[in-house]
Design a protein around this ligand. Sequence first.
Ligand code: SF4
Length: 467
Amino acid sequence: MTPQHAHLADVEFDPELIARHNGNGPRYTSYPTADRFIEGPIGAQYIAALRNRQRVRPDAALSLYVHLPFCDTVCYYCACNKIATKDRGRADVYLDYLEHEIALVRNEFSVAPEVSQLHLGGGTPTFLTNAQLSRLMQMLKEAFAFKLDAECSIEIDPRRLNDGALELLADHGFNRMSIGVQDLDPAVQKAVNRLQPAELTQAVLEKGRALGYRSINLDLIYGLPKQSVATMQATLSTVLSWRPERIALYSYAHLPERFMPQRRIANADMPSATDKLAMLKLAVTTLLEAGYVYIGMDHFALPEDDLALALEQGTLQRNFQGYSTQADCDLIALGVSAISRIGDTYAQNHRNLLDYYNALNQQQLPLAKGLVMTRDDEIRRAAIHDLLCQSTLDIPSFEQAWGIDFATYFTPDLEQIQTLEHDGLVELNQDSIDITPRGRFLARIIAMCFDLHLRDAKSSAKFSRVI
Ligand code: SF4
């Protein structure tokens, strides 16, 4: 173990400190965050960014994301952009439009751009029939050149997985999967309308492994209705017996006034803030004792997993899918609500399916909003990246990379950091900002000091609680 790894893997769970600093905050899968995107025409800038990429850095790594919004049933906790239906025919229509969108994007390239990463997310990607999944992959492979070692991942709902789908996806080059679990307790599953027996999840995990899928991730949630420290302990004990390579542990944000399905959750079933913190403490302690490395934010991985190795080597990245091992990639995102980033340009598709279809009917890219980063955005994005991915910011190299005097450029930001230093979350000195082991669970709070857009205090209320 290198000294750097010893520092980064080091984490201390301090419930009192976490409770004191638990405010609303962005997850920084992008900076500026998506709520800052400006409604209106962004197509011209996005096309210019695609063309510029082709001219200036055609060989730069490229990532693809496809959003598949359909879900067979709705989980009551869910805040994703999804469409509840049982009609698989709707996915055929959706694929027709996706094909159209892919063609419009592909038109901007003279040769098929090389792809090093693909992610299918949703909604429920496995809502699609096997024939629909095959069609989607054929469309993508005709338009893009997938590298032989491309990382291809998919979000799996074990309840909606057709026979032969995992084999078919493996044949198409899929080698990663993330399985939605949330909680294994039957009463919790009933309260959130997601009945998913543990045996079913285990069978999918084992089949994935047998087919060669690596770095399999399991999503868990704490703070759900009917959850308690006891149910959490039981869920963790079963999940750990399967030893998934990665575990994501998300906090449930109960915002029924914003998300309709959450209104089906009875307030009386919600755990108290104290119980929620106790569940988090139990989960973190249990995972660390079981040998998992805390990667950052909500993510844990086994020490031999690529994410833990990237953390150790200082190459960890953060993008719209969360933490990643891939170099800072351009991202072409397809489908309703999907967000692309090419160079300094973010562009988001329409969130509403009809708006998305209408734009494509008019032969236009289905973009609703976006943003071209200013130089200040790029500088702040780099600072937030270093803090969230490396837990440290090296001031001399940052000054050299961006041609700034750090102390002058970030005067108000450093004043905010100093207040967090008093609480022991961070150490600030001449040459570096270092997040302490106690501060690692609150890295979002530290990153927020560099978020210029958040100085508009009203905007923070839109984000979920940090814990
Ligand atoms: S959690 Fe997944 S399966 Fe459940 S409603 Fe949300 S997107 Fe659909």
